[in-house]
Design a protein around this ligand. Structure first.
Ligand SMILES: [Zn+2]
Length: 617
């Protein structure tokens, strides 16, 4: 603040007399002002009696303070209205307003600490309705205004209704700010107080113009407002800030114009991008990690534009670096899977890890090896034995597809014939070993069979047959706690005869009503070996065999039926020399189809006939 001659200050208000103001009081200028040129009629009044004052050089530099601005009006609208009101005065006399930008400086008037900053802003507490605005001016001994401040009522929405009075009020207050007191002439912007004297007046009146010209002279010597040919000032303080990989935000200080700045044009690399109305802009759609240079120019409503501002550059943000995983890539996983049912071999799969986000993540399993092969259908169906050294006992294997039904025809501790069956089992993965539970049922005597007395009983153990060739294998068993193994092989009993014949080999039974006993037919060429497993008079298992029958017709096969006794097979040392073979009678099979027959036997003088069919399993 420069050194001043003794300061005075004056206060102009548009309020009614008696409005209470905090701090400053309204100074009554009385009739001390100059009353102009047409004699006795009071017209414009200057507020510094008697000589009048003005802004030095006819220039008023001013600042805007946006603090306490009411929500009812935007900053841009406020600035636009201030500049529009100022423009009305500039249009009629040689007063020039230079907008110096926004300031945080508050009102210094009417205190004694006059700071020389001409502030136009909002007063949140010092004004109450109906006061709409208040202008305070200080001047020095050279009749130059050194501080001029306009307070607008921060209760804008309540006191500036209708809103058009914002225009009238600001134009009125600007008139005060350049040195005019209230006019004594009606229908002038400077009429009043009260504010109702100028409410709604958007154009300066003749007395308003006369007062302004008196202080500052006529504009360019012309009678009316000159056409607007003045470009706004060049925007300053342009800054550019990248806010993302695609956006840069721009901001700059407002330009001033003799009328008003209406738009700002934004350029990138000298190319026009678009216009905005405020002093900031967001530029989108840019490339990442790229430096761009921007400029802005200010334009008014008449199309006058400033030169482009100094450039400001910003580099858009770089895309985030690719995520990384800690540690080294884990080795591939591997797994071995079983083959589908009915196939032998295995499937080997592996999967590798890749970095997903920050985590090593396994990919999908990929098959790297497949040794699965369909197990060829190998028939094990036959009469099997443990060789000549164990002559006298054996086992039949009946095969349906993949399923085996094993029946062992052996001797108990007392040498009595007995049998053990393995009705269901499973193959190992290699399809070489068949394993299942063993049963020794009880039932009624064959001579008076009663199905109600049949009982499979609980499993007595288990057995498995491991085939090492198609005709040899190892029988392993545990029967009632006694374990053992026997090497077994097919028993050859049929002479070679390739004449076609129906294959009757199977497990036959007499139906559900006779469930519990059966007849296993093993066939080699035309020879049939029949093993009848049934029950004796005590209900225990017993069996008969017909090893050497013959065809007596194309459908009838008959022969001697034998019962045998021998040494204990399971849990004993078998002695083939102890085998005793006795003919029990005869057996005749009459086939009525490939799957049906009648079984007629005479055992111990008793003859019975049973219809039989193949047993499904
Ligand atoms: Zn006033």
């Amino acid at each position: 603040m420069k050194s001043l001659k003794p300061l005075l200050f004056s206060l102009f208000t548009c309020a009614f007399a008696g409005v209470a103001l905090a701090g400053p009081t309204v100074t009554d200028l009385g009739d001390g002002g100059i009353r102009t040129f047409d004699g006795p009629v009071e017209k414009y009044i200057l507020f510094n009696p008697p000589t009048g004052i003005s802004h030095a050089g006819g220039v008023m530099n001013w600042y805007y303070n946006d603090a306490n601005r009411p929500a009812a009006v935007t900053k841009s609208a406020t600035l636009a209205q201030i500049q529009a009101s100022q423009a009305k005065w500039s249009a009629v006399c040689k007063i020039t307003f230079v907008y110096k930008g926004e300031t945080a400086t508050g009102f210094s008037l009417p205190t004694s600490s006059i700071d020389g900053v001409n502030v136009i802003g909002w007063d949140p507490t010092g004004l109450t309705a109906p006061t709409s605005g208040l202008t305070q001016v200080a001047w020095d001994g050279s009749n130059h205004i050194v501080d001029s401040e306009i307070r607008l009522n921060a209760a804008y929405s309540a006191t500036y209704s209708p809103s058009s009075n914002f225009d009238a009020t600001l134009t009125h207050e600007v008139g005060h700010s350049i040195g005019l007191d209230h006019s004594d002439v009606s229908n002038q912007v400077m009429s009043g107080p009260p504010h109702t004297a100028y409410d709604g007046r958007s154009s300066l009146g003749s007395d308003d113009i006369a007062g302004c010209v008196h202080l500052y002279g006529a504009p360019g010597g012309g009678g009316g407002p000159a056409p607007d040919t003045q470009a706004p000032s060049v925007p300053t303080a342009l800054s550019a800030t990248a806010t993302s990989t695609t956006q840069v935000n721009l901001s700059w200080h407002a330009s001033t114009d003799n009328v008003a700045v209406t738009t700002y044009k934004v350029y990138q690399g000298g190319s026009f991008l678009g216009s905005v109305s405020g002093t900031s802009a967001a530029v989108n759609g840019l490339n990442a990690a790229t430096t761009y240079s921007f400029t802005v120019a200010a334009c008014d409503a008449a199309g006058n534009c400033s030169a482009q501002s100094s450039s400001a550059s910003a580099t858009t943000q770089s895309p985030p670096p690719p995520p990384t995983c800690s540690g080294s890539q884990p080795p591939n996983d591997q797994q071995v899977l079983s083959c589908p049912a009915g196939e032998a071999g295995s499937v080997t799969q592996s999967r590798s890890y890749s970095c997903v986000g920050t985590t090593w993540t396994p990919g999908a399993w990929q098959t790297t090896g497949n040794t699965c092969t369909t197990v060829p259908t190998q028939s094990y169906q036959d009469m099997w034995w443990a060789g000549a050294n164990e002559n006298g006992w054996g086992l039949t294997i009946t095969q349906h597809g993949d399923k085996l039904f094993l029946a062992m025809y052996i001797y108990g501790a007392a040498g009595e014939p007995m049998w053990v069956v393995l009705p269901t089992g499973t193959w190992n993965a290699a399809h070489t070993t068949y394993t299942g539970d063993l049963y020794i049922p009880t039932g009624a005597s064959y001579s008076a069979y009663d199905v109600s007395r049949y009982s499979a009983g609980a499993s007595v153990g288990s057995a498995s047959v491991s085939f090492d060739t198609s005709s040899t294998g190892t029988l392993s068993y545990v029967v009632r706690g006694v374990a053992g193994t026997k090497r077994i092989s097919r028993l050859s009993f049929g002479a070679v005869d390739t004449t076609p014949i129906t294959d009757y080999a199977d497990m036959w039974w007499a139906g559900a009503a006779q469930n519990g006993w059966g007849l296993v037919l093993t066939q080699q060429y035309h020879a049939i070996f029949a093993a009848w497993y049934t029950y004796d008079a005590t209900g225990q298992t017993t069996w008969f065999v017909m090893p050497n029958g013959s065809w007596t017709s194309s459908s009838t096969y008959t022969g001697a039926l034998y019962r045998t006794r021998g040494t204990q097979v399971i849990g004993g040392v078998y002695d083939p020399n102890a085998l005793a073979v006795t003919q029990a009678g005869t057996l005749t099979l009459t086939f009525t189809g490939t799957g049906s027959a009648t079984m007629t036997y005479t055992v111990d003088g008793v003859t019975q006939t049973k219809p039989i069919t193949r047993l499904a399993f």
